[in-house]
Design a protein around this ligand. Sequence first.
Ligand SMILES: [Zn+2]
Length: 424
Amino acid sequence: MLALKALGVYLLLFGVQSASSLTHKTLELMSKYRLIDGHNDLPLHIRMLKNNRLSKFNLYNNPETATDITRLKAAHVGGQMFAAYVLCTAQDKDAVRLALEQIDVIRRMCTEYPELELVTTSTEMNATKKIACLISIEGGHAIDSSLAALRMFYQLGVRSLSLTHTCNTPWAESSSQHYSYYKRDDNSLTDFGKAVVHEMNRLGMLIDLSHTSWATAKAVLQLSKAPVIFSHSSAYTICNNPRNVPDDLLFMLKANGGLIMVNFYSDFIACGAHANVSHVADHFDHLKHVIGAEHIGIGGDYDGANSFPQFLEDVSKYPALIGELWSRKWSEEELAGVLRLNFLRVFKKVEKIRDELHNTIPSEVLIPVAEAQNDCRLVLRHPKIPEMVKSTGMRAYICLRSDALFWTVLFVHFMLLCKPIYYN
Ligand SMILES: [Zn+2]
């Protein structure tokens, strides 16, 4: 009802013919092909407003957020990638803990509410009649330059990672220069960054290039065996913002078989605070013209941005956009793809590549110490390396090499008198 009203008002205001039949047709299409959206920051608001106390958060009707279950259902949303977002200022500090806490709150949300279902595969996502939740991590700094951490996030259900947020990582470059982290000439995608890409291919995780620099996006597009996504980015030709995707990268994305999911944030749509549904549709028209409708999706960025176009203010309003695209002669097949089928195709292909790589062992690549050096990262060395003895703050029991001493130490060890070695 909510969505119907929003769409009706929009169509009447803009003088579209046969508004009621178009409204009906739009909602019918959207109930048949339930939207899968690429990016939503509701979990960030659960942290900001309630410090992740989910029991205190009104998930059904919440005037403080753009997303709640009532409005998701009103717009026939069938799947949502929820972002486990980690502040850039947590890089090299407690980014891993913060990411775990966001994953925890998403998992709780999607398992404790009967309208939601936590999914980890394209098959589950397609099959559920509920609102499917897929977990994505926003910001590669959350893995703390560790492929083991990446794999453990996968085990927790994470199926997508954006390689950067608004800060560089030691191994990939952001589209933003706001933070001073790891500003180097040669880190658009370092050898470790390439290992991250290979490992995500092997695991079957969606590589998300929204927020990366164009140089990083280009390097990943050349390297990835699986299709990639821009989970919430729009067309640079329509709005010249570095968060948007230029045409040359769009051509590479088409060749890669990937997907650009259009971000609704007014600054990325109209390069300013004032935008409407028509401006958003202009991005869709341009993208269709350049790469075809089969490479387009929707990544609204609700609750992740502070200004949205008129008639697209919250998650109940998606029908206004679909109605506008109908009126611009987009076909049912094209809209079905944009709403849902394009994402499922890409996700399935990512899983297929994973299956093809099933004989590949987990990557044991480590980031070189010099590339990720910071005060909070311990440098672990074998205790026999002499430098350890001189290191301040390190407590180690050194076992010398003489045979007699070796057996003595072994004996003592078994007597549990020789404590483990701790570095602090
Ligand atoms: Zn974002």
